[in-house]
Design a protein around this ligand. Structure first.
Ligand code: AMP
Ligand code: MG
Length: 386
């Protein structure tokens, strides 16, 4: 009698031998789940396309933002804004997560480390050159291969409404302006809903305005569950929680000790489960798997499946800031029987290029600062590619 490994090998051998040429079909990206990519995909511009702020705070010259210094606030830049003016000496600009850093600025200081006194902003600690800025092109160059041929895009159905938010977000088949961002979250969330067994109902994008958010949330609440992306962090234009609250939502959490994904929100609004996931694509994907997937199981009438966690051998030593549980985009390989995992180089939770390479997330518990190569670590699988 064959072992299951031997039997499997037989199947692969036999089917492989008879396999004809593969059919290549042109399908919309909305229907690409479960298919294998036939052509390579190259980036059509640099990633990020501009120097991007990763925090809500102030864009400064690092040598001016010293402890105790006061700088005049020259205005504000929100995500999606076209930035023409450069930073004049002695000034700063208020800036939101995802917005373009003006020329002349070389650091963004988190709003939590400042105090605002009228038009003056006081800085509490020394700014480091480059802090909280992801430089243009540092995630991927223009015309770089980002997906290779052969890459798998894979996945009673509860209907899950998907609503992205953000003034900077444009439809994926539109050409984004230089400071705009494609709505990749709606595509990835729809795929995750489908893999988990739900029926995605994609509602498009809401602007960062109370009325637009309110209308589209109202529409989303007609489905079995609502998943929002973006608009749940500390910025001035992060309105999702307050709009839901005004619509009668009861919240069960609005922060989780994880990175990425800390500002994730879960509540019930008008009887429907609602998830507010942070908008950066790595955060959105991780928090969906952690929190939305079990809800879809339960809404399907099934029990919530366990998280797809596996153990693997760490290929390269890790050094992470302690405190939060980290989910690092990573690649797991099976050189022998024991899976081996390596964290990918990344620029933080907006790094869609790292996400394109990752097949799992390496889980670093909050109490582990250093993990040596060869140690056993926990890995969260990406159901769409593993
Ligand atoms: P937010 O959570 O709203 O502060 O969004 C953080 C950042 O995530 C934004 O500035 C964008 O760069 C990115 N982002 C937000 N929404 C989307 C989306 N629908 N698709 C891809 N990226 C997004
Ligand atoms: Mg936003």
């Amino acid at each position: 009698m064959l072992s299951y490994e031997q039997a499997r090998k037989k199947v692969i051998e036999q089917v492989g031998k008879r396999k004809g040429p593969r059919a290549i079909a042109s399908v919309s990206v909305w229907d690409a789940l479960g298919l294998v990519l036939a052509q390579e995909v190259k980036t059509d511009r640099e990633y990020p396309p501009f120097d991007r702020s990763t925090r809500d705070g102030y864009a400064v010259r690092s040598n001016e933002a010293v402890p105790g210094a006061q700088l005049k606030c020259a205005g504000e830049i929100k995500a999606g804004d076209t930035v023409r003016e450069s930073l004049a000496t002695g000034t700063c600009w208020q800036i939101m997560t995802g917005a373009a850093v003006p020329a002349g600025a070389d650091a963004v200081v988190m709003i939590e480390h400042t105090t605002c006194e009228g038009h003056l902003v006081r800085f509490e600690r020394a700014a480091q050159r480059g802090q909280n800025i992801v430089p243009r092109g540092s995630e991927a160059a223009a015309a770089q291969t980002i997906l290779k041929p052969g890459q798998i895009q894979r996945a009673q159905r509860p209907r899950v409404a998907i609503l992205s938010t953000g003034d900077e977000v444009v439809l994926i088949d539109e050409t984004p302006g230089p400071f705009q961002i494609r709505n990749s979250n709606s595509v990835s969330l729809a795929a995750q809903v489908r893999i988990t067994g739900g029926e995605p109902v994609v509602l498009g994008n809401a602007a960062d305005r109370i009325e637009d958010l309110g209308e589209k949330i109202e529409r989303g609440l007609k489905e079995d569950a609502l998943v929002l992306s973006g608009g749940v962090s500390m910025g001035k234009y992060d309105l999702v929680e307050s709009v839901l609250k005004a619509m009668g939502a009861e919240f069960f959490f609005d922060a989780v000790a994880i990175r990425p994904g800390k500002p994730a929100v879960f509540g019930v609004c008008q009887g429907k489960p609602v998830f507010g996931l942070p908008g950066n694509p790595v955060s959105t994907m991780v928090t969906f798997e952690l929190f939305v997937a079990p809800a879809i199981d339960l809404l399907s009438g099934a029990e919530a499946r366990a998280l797809p966690l596996v153990e693997a051998r760490l290929a390269e030593a890790l050094n992470e800031k302690p405190g939060l549980t980290h989910f690092l985009p990573a690649r797991m390989e099976w050189p022998e029987r024991m899976p081996e995992v390596k964290a990918l180089k990344w620029q933080g939770s907006g790094d869609i290029a790292a996400l394109a390479k990752a097949n799992c997330f390496l889980v670093v518990p909050g109490d582990r600062e250093r993990i040596a190569a060869g140690e056993s670590v926990s890995v969260l699988l990406r159901k769409d590619v593993v």
